[in-house]
Design a protein around this ligand. Structure first.
Ligand SMILES: [Zn+2]
Length: 290
């Protein structure tokens, strides 16, 4: 028999016939970073029926954020965790949302939060936090999906760590060093300021602070969300029929024909295996050796 709440709650009426969201009831998602990427993935997840979230961020929403963030002007001056939690509750008042107002690198409870999660949405904007979470997820056998938007929003990438035997973020970087994509994307980050101005004719500040329009970012966050739902499906006892497995664990997307991409909507994907020389994975194989 349906409860009163089930009869009156029409939140998921339009998607539940093809999308059995009851399977997600006990799924816990850790959102590491509540910037434009992490917040957008969180919003898409709550609208996909995910109910239990933990948000980690220590930033405040500024007026310069709202043109790309899911939180608009009414949230300026608020903690991003509070603002994003409010936006998620607005879509599903029954969502359960824990908020951690902390710097990821200096938060002593990070490992405990990772252990509690079914999947980590890795959406921070710097390498130290990415590699810290990569190592913790390997240690504790917790999947993560990382998304990154390239400079000026020319494209982006999504990578899924699938324990216990999947390739890790360090494996990915080792493999990508040999590809034109990484060279093309890295060159703008690595060249000197003078070279940037000469080659690209742009102000340095403009390059550094222009990760693209929200429309460019949304392509990446949509792929990111799909990979997170795939990671969730892999954790469930029985994979939901509406979530076919994604075979590849890495996807690179070009928004427009800017080097290293040569056309609009340029998609490449790979099933990356662990790299033999990866020092991070080496610790895992010892830990999991039978
Ligand atoms: Zn590795």
């Amino acid at each position: 028999m349906m409860t009163d709440r089930a009869m009156t709650d029409r939140t998921f009426e339009r998607i539940e016939t093809l999308f059995d969201i009851a399977a997600f009831a006990n799924v816990n998602v850790l959102i590491a970073g509540c910037g434009s990427g992490g917040a957008s993935v969180a919003l898409q997840l709550v609208m996909s029926g995910i109910r239990n979230f933990t948000l980690i961020d220590n930033d405040i929403l500024g007026p310069e954020n709202v043109i790309r963030h899911v939180c608009g002007r009414r949230y300026i001056g608020q903690k991003k965790t509070d603002a994003v939690a409010d936006v998620l509750h607005d879509r599903n008042p029954n969502a359960s949302i824990a908020k951690i107002d902390a710097d990821i690198m200096n938060y002593p409870g990070l490992a405990a939060e990772i252990v509690k999660a079914d999947v980590v949405v890795l959406a921070t904007d710097n390498e130290p936090t990415r590699y810290t979470i990569n190592e913790m997820c390997i240690r504790h056998g917790v999947p993560f999906v990382v998304g990154r938007v390239f400079t000026r929003g020319i494209g982006g990438e999504v990578f899924a760590y699938r324990p216990p035997e999947g390739a890790c973020l360090a494996c990915l970087e080792a493999a990508l060093q040999r590809t034109p994509f990484r060279q093309g994307i890295r060159e703008i980050d690595l060249v000197s300021d003078e070279e940037r101005e000469k080659v690209y004719g742009m102000e340095i500040a403009e390059i550094k602070d222009s990760p693209g329009l929200t429309v460019d970012i949304t392509f990446i966050t949509s792929f990111h969300t799909r990979f997170v739902l795939d990671a969730v499906a892999r954790r469930l006892g029985e994979r939901p029929k509406f979530l076919d497995p994604i075979d590849e664990n890495y996807l690179i997307w070009g928004n427009r024909p800017v080097h290293p991409f040569n056309k609009h909507f340029h998609l490449q994907r790979t099933a990356l295996s662990p790299q033999e020389q990866c020092a991070v994975c080496a610790t895992r194989s010892t830990a999991h050796a039978v």
